[in-house]
Design a protein around this ligand. Structure first.
Ligand code: BGC
Length: 376
């Protein structure tokens, strides 16, 4: 195992492996602020690394440049016990078994595009269909399955910069797209994700991160007992293949009303298949605003979600079936974790009434999302 240390950051040692086990008492006292890098294997002939970002308080985030995947986010609970609020694995091999996007960066287009096609400026584009007849999360080999170029910026806070060039017509999308994603772990336990992109042909772009959270840090607790607020008066109903119908519907009087904090399980029985819907955020600008809050009474953890994006996919892990085993050995069963994917609305390229997701040459795509964890 090879370690490198960087700039002003102190080197870590192999013995300070972050506390990722559900029952770990590790207080992360051994971890020193900074960024460290370890060898994690090879994919497509390219080197894969695991980067550990440690803030001043000893909270940690681990990220691999395979898929730009966040593999853990370790924070204290109300008793000062550290565990990961993000599910994942401690080695590369299980990530190559195609788990459902655990922690990964998603692109070129997050969520679904109906019938795997769209037309733009009079030209029709056919995409790879990888979810029935639809395209999901970028196609057969989306940004979650590629090796990103990683570098550690000379920053005062622990950060990681990832770059990927998606070639013209990759997975059927037009234009060479230059993508940069910067992850930062702030001292107030915010996992900040900043997405930038530029293209040489008009193309749909919808970048997100697909972390699965369980704030209790123990995936034997389902997330149905956690409490959620989403600042959205409307959502986008879907058809049986989870493609939005195009309607923007009020949440009022429906199970989709999370405008005031509500236990996720409260109206769950009335949502066929579980929550897997895009919420139309009330924010009217592209400033970084708070849009959601999850809290867990077992651990006392609270997570605030801030974003510049117009939509939020709330997904209750409905398709998790125990096939993948979380670190610590617990199978990831249905509803053992939830996703809050900040995004443009699904199928926007085919829905003229949705906010446009088209990036044109000369324009700069720039979106920011922060997942900030605290304890009550
Ligand atoms: C989608 C789900 C899908 C999950 C994993 C979510 O973003 O909305 O339908 O099952 O990702 O692929």
């Amino acid at each position: 195992m090879k370690f490198a240390s960087f700039m002003l950051f102190a080197a870590a040692t192999t013995t300070l492996a972050v506390s990722c086990n559900n029952n770990s008492e590790n207080k992360n006292t051994a971890v020193k602020p900074g960024v460290t890098k370890t060898d994690w294997g090879k994919v497509d002939g390219k080197d894969v690394y695991l980067y550990t970002l440690v803030n001043d308080k000893g909270d940690t985030v681990t990220i691999t440049n395979y898929g730009g995947t966040v593999t853990s986010f370790v924070t204290p609970d109300k008793n000062g016990k550290y565990s990961s609020v993000i599910v994942g694995f401690d080695s590369l091999a299980p990530y190559l078994q195609k788990p459902p996007y655990f922690g990964a960066l998603i692109g070129r287009y997050g969520n679904r595009i109906g019938n795997a096609q769209f037309s733009l400026d009079g030209t029709g584009y056919k995409l790879a269909a990888n979810d029935g007849k639809n395209t999901l999360h970028g196609g057969l080999k989306g940004f979650d399955k590629v090796v990103w170029d990683a570098s550690i910026p000379n920053d005062t806070v622990p950060s990681l910069t990832l770059k990927y060039v998606s070639k013209d017509l990759e997975e059927g999308f037009p234009g060479n797209l230059n993508v940069t994603v910067q992850y930062t772990l702030t001292n107030d336990i915010g996992l900040k994700i900043e997405y930038s992109a530029e293209t040489d042909k008009a193309t749909p772009v919808n970048l997100t991160n697909h972390s699965y959270f369980n704030l209790s840090g123990d995936v034997t607790n389902t997330i149905l007992g956690e409490t959620l607020m989403i600042d959205a008066d409307n959502y986008t109903p879907v058809d049986t293949t989870l493609i939005p119908t195009g309607e923007i519907k009020s949440v009022k009087g429906t199970p989709f009303d999370f405008t005031t904090p509500k236990e996720i399980g409260k109206d769950f029985a009335n949502v066929q298949g579980g929550y897997d819907h895009n919420f139309v955020l009330n924010k009217k600008d592209n400033l970084l605003d708070k849009v959601a809050e999850v809290s867990d009474s077992i651990s006392g953890r609270v997570m605030d979600v801030y974003t510049t994006q117009p939509g939020l996919q709330f997904y209750t892990g409905n398709f998790l079936d125990g096939k993948f085993i979380n670190r610590g050995g617990t199978p990831l069963a249905q509803h053992s974790a939830l996703c809050l994917e900040t995004q443009h609305f699904p199928d926007s390229p085919n829905k003229p009434n949705f906010p446009s997701s088209i990036l044109k040459p000369g324009e700069k795509y720039h979106e920011v999302t922060v997942y900030k964890v605290s304890v009550k």
